[in-house]
Design a protein around this ligand. Structure first.
Ligand SMILES: *Cc1c(COP(=O)(O)O)cnc(C)c1O
Length: 359
């Protein structure tokens, strides 16, 4: 029996991926030079399709990296000389903060308890903050920051660059890129692709900051600093030999999603999230971890299952459904269910049927 993955990531593959991999093999995509015209055409298609799908402005750069974690490092290296501010509410936002420390910066953080959202109006941005780093969808806790809160921060602090991690909410989340400076994701979550590609979207203001730091003589990194990334992106190339297959697959899946329409995908995500939350809100034993619609992630449903996570995961696995355990310390007492575009409303209903059998 083929298992259906509702895991945080890597997750279920988008249904068309196996056909695209077959086509890639047939068309020599895995053997061509990354300096060839054929590669440049693939690169351009991918960037064009992604721009169209999630509405990225023409003057924002799209850079291909190895992972989302790499994007965190590149953001700090290129745009923070001394101080970044991190909104910390779980493992991934914590990691971002730590990377800034490891790079020798002096980051500050505003931390809320695990599972809780931020009161954005109360956030005081310290003087001389260069960058505010946010994790829009905290995959470890299932807490989301509404995009309007992020725009509010930018509006209140127009001279500070704003960074948004959308790894586990893309392509569902609607981002007004003009109100952000750096947005990043990797592809093994909502895009339903194999792991191994990160995407970083960079505003003209963030490019200017990288140039400024470079001209001052600061180190902004080497082969993946923003200036080198831009130089190659202009030629539809990368400096290093990239993950050509992934760049190809991302372009193809964006094309499939465009055919379906992003609107259809987003409204299905909402419907599926409603199915999950309605079911668990009424459940006698297992409750959603995050309370309040404002902070509840649509794409990462975290459920409290005190002492029973292992047992539930094993029973669901026997029925053909793979869900994730709670993150880190929450492993025994929570499960996480990804609600990515790959799963249909029918899949969600079938998973809920299995939950009914458990209790
Ligand atoms: C998975 C995840 C990351 C890390 O992604 P990698 O591709 O493993 O680097 C970062 N942030 C969030 C919110 C994530 O869910």
């Amino acid at each position: 029996m083929r298992k259906i993955f509702f895991t945080a990531g890597p997750s279920r593959l988008y249904p068309t991926v196996s056909d695209h991999i077959r086509d890639a093999l047939r068309d020599d995509v895995l053997s061509i030079s990354h300096r060839s015209q054929k590669f440049k055409d693939i690169y351009k298609d991918t960037v064009d399709n992604l721009r169209k799908l999630i509405d990225i402005p023409q003057d924002y750069n799209i850079f291909f990296l190895g992972s989302a974690t790499e994007a965190m490092e590149r953001v700090i290296e290129n745009t923070v000389e001394t101080k970044s501010l991190h909104l910390v509410n779980g493992a991934f936002s914590k990691k971002f903060f730590k990377i800034a420390e490891q790079l020798g910066r002096k980051p500050e953080k505003i931390e809320v308890p695990h599972g809780k959202g931020f009161n954005i109006k109360e956030i005081k941005v310290p003087e001389n903050t260069e960058c505010i780093c946010t994790t829009q969808n905290e995959t470890s806790s299932g807490v989301q920051i509404p995009m309007d809160d992020i725009y509010y921060l930018k509006k209140k602090n127009p001279d500070v660059l704003i960074v948004v991690d959308i790894v586990s909410s893309v392509p569902n989340v609607t981002v007004d890129f003009m109100k952000t400076d750096m947005v990043f994701f990797s592809v093994q979550k909502g895009f339903g692709l194999p792991a191994g590609l990160g995407v970083l979207i960079v505003s003209p203001a963030a490019m200017d900051k990288a140039k400024l730091l470079f001209e001052k003589g600061n180190s902004i990194g080497s082969f993946h600093n923003f200036l080198v990334l831009e130089e190659y992106a202009r030629k539809y190339q990368t400096n290093e030999t990239p993950n050509v297959l992934e760049i190809y697959l991302l372009g193809k899946v964006c094309e499939d999603m465009l055919k379906k329409s992003i609107k259809t995908i987003r409204s299905a995500t909402e419907k599926k999230a409603d199915l999950f939350y309605n079911y668990f809100d009424k459940h006698p034993e297992f409750k959603p971890y995050v309370s309040g619609n404002k902070s509840r992630s649509l794409t990462m449903i975290v459920i409290e299952t005190p002492g029973k996570a292992k047992e539930i995961i094993s029973q669901l696995t026997d029925a053909g459904f793979i869900v994730s355990s709670g993150y880190g310390a929450y492993k025994e007492n929570q499960i996480r269910i990804a609600n990515y575009p790959c799963s249909s409303i029918e899949d969600v209903k079938n998973l809920i049927v299995e939950f009914r059998k458990l209790s």
